[in-house]
Design a protein around this ligand. Structure first.
Ligand code: HEM
Length: 416
């Protein structure tokens, strides 16, 4: 029996989940002094877990599955219905392989070079502007390079609307009402746009480069060697484009980190690649993005004296792990030295998921994220000068995802 495991009293805590946001699991883990507790969300029992041991068990495919884990409202906005995030077994493995083969080290380099070029060519425009909002600029730039990199045709007139839609899909997560509906219509529009392109490629009216993500997804054959429906292909191609645009969130947080920790700017200026990477990892640790992950118990098992029952929804804490005192010294301090001589551990640092990406759901885009962040950071530190006027840089932990309120306003941007 599970009597020794803390249980949150009361019929439903969906509202507290939205209110406490990133801190929902962390606060309760501290309050109960237990890495595992039970609560009720949307009327159902949910088990929440935190800590490195929990990450290990969460990524055991014999114990957990992703099918039926994400609520339908999340599929209708963030992931797409029937997308890779909810797949298991052979079907998942084959598709995941396809993703990973698109995101090799040379491909990470290719996209970060596109990013460098695009940033360089934007400076002239920014020099003429009174002020720019970094987040707004980055989402458009990233949308452009994501499509260019993936081989997806994009007209300059449509970039800004498509970038807004991709961001609306991401920011619908953890929200109800208008922002959820905005995310849903953004997804419908974007899926239609991408499906048309896939159909054109299949019909031979549009050429796709054989190495491109567009080609790979347009002609993707599933584990039964069946070509997938063009809508499914569109959803998966969007699973490449959308998260690249999401990197705008981390670039914005990087600028905040530089501004609030000016000593790191000098340190980066006199450093090299290693320092850029340490800083980038610290941004991914310190600032909130993905709050938690969900999976369902595949078959009954016992772990740490707790009986997991088949079908139970389990949430794994991301934010709390990134701020866990047992893993990080002074976790609430932004300090890139957290990653000095850091032993890469697939279970303690999981801003983009844990375990092995080829054999589980860990993000295949971490390499791309890190490389794009490094060149963006190098650009902010070494390629331009700017001023940061008074503004509201606070971000709230009860909105998921979150962002500094002002989006990071910059004035007097000048090429160095
Ligand atoms: C999965 C975070 C960037 C593509 C994930 C997961 C997280 C995550 C938390 C879920 C891991 C799990 O379920 O175990 C992020 C963050 C990013 C980012 C914070 C920074 C902006 C990217 C990029 C790409 C990408 C750049 C592609 C170019 C994917 C895909 C999955 C995924 C396809 C699903 C993998 C699967 O279900 O097997 N990401 N990601 N992500 N990410 Fe990312």
């Amino acid at each position: 029996s599970n009597e020794h495991i803390p249980k949150e009293q009361g019929p439903d805590h969906s509202l507290s989940l939205l209110q406490d946001g990133y801190l929902f699991i962390k606060n309760r883990v501290e309050q109960y002094d237990s890495d595992i507790f039970e609560t009720r969300i949307l009327g159902k029992k949910v088990v929440c877990m935190s800590g490195a041991d929990a990450v290990k068990v969460f990524y055991d495919p014999n114990r957990f599955q992703r099918k039926w884990a994400a609520p339908y409202r999340i599929q209708q906005t963030l992931f797409g219905v029937g997308a890779i995030q909810g797949m298991d077994g052979e079907a998942h493995r084959k598709l995941k392989n396809q993703y990973l083969s698109l995101m090799t080290v040379p491909e990470q380099k290719r996209i970060s070079e596109l990013m460098t070029q695009e940033l360089q060519s934007m400076v002239s425009k920014w020099e003429l502007a009174d002020r720019i909002i970094l987040f707004e600029e980055m989402k458009v730039i990233l949308c452009r390079i994501a499509c260019q990199w993936a081989g997806v045709p994009l007209q300059e007139e449509e970039v800004s609307d498509i970038a807004d839609d991709l961001i609306a899909m991401i920011y619908a997560f953890g929200r109800v009402g208008p922002e959820h509906w905005k995310g849903r219509s953004a997804r419908n529009r974007t899926e239609n746009w991408m499906k048309k392109i896939i159909d054109e490629v299949r019909a031979g009216n549009l050429t796709a480069e054989p190495q491109s993500a567009l080609y790979a997804m347009a002609f993707y054959k599933d584990h039964n060697d069946q070509i997938v429906h063009s809508k499914k292909a569109a959803i998966e191609l969007l699973n490449v484009i959308r998260p690249i645009v999401a990197i705008s969130t981390y670039i914005t947080f990087s600028a905040v980190a530089l501004h609030e920790n000016p000593e790191t700017k000098n340190w980066l200026q006199s450093g090299g690649m290693k320092e850029l990477e340490m800083f980038t990892n610290e941004v991914r640790r310190f600032y909130p993005f993905g709050p938690f992950l969900g999976a369902r118990v595949k078959q009954d098992f016992t772990w740490k004296n707790y009986d997991f029952k088949k079908g139970t929804l389990v949430l794994l804490d991301i934010y709390g792990l990134n701020h866990n005192q047992q893993i990080w010294e002074n976790p609430n301090q932004f300090n890139p030295n957290h990653f000095n001589n850091w032993e890469e551990n697939p279970y303690t640092f999981i801003p983009q998921g844990g375990g092995d990406p080829a054999n589980g759901h860990r993000c295949p885009g971490e390499g791309i994220t890190i490389e794009v962040l490094k060149v963006s950071l190098d650009f902010l530190v070494n390629k331009i000068d700017y001023e940061v006027p008074a503004q509201d840089l606070n971000y709230s932990l009860d909105e998921m995802p979150t962002l500094p309120k002002s989006g990071f306003i910059m004035t007097k941007v000048r090429r160095k």
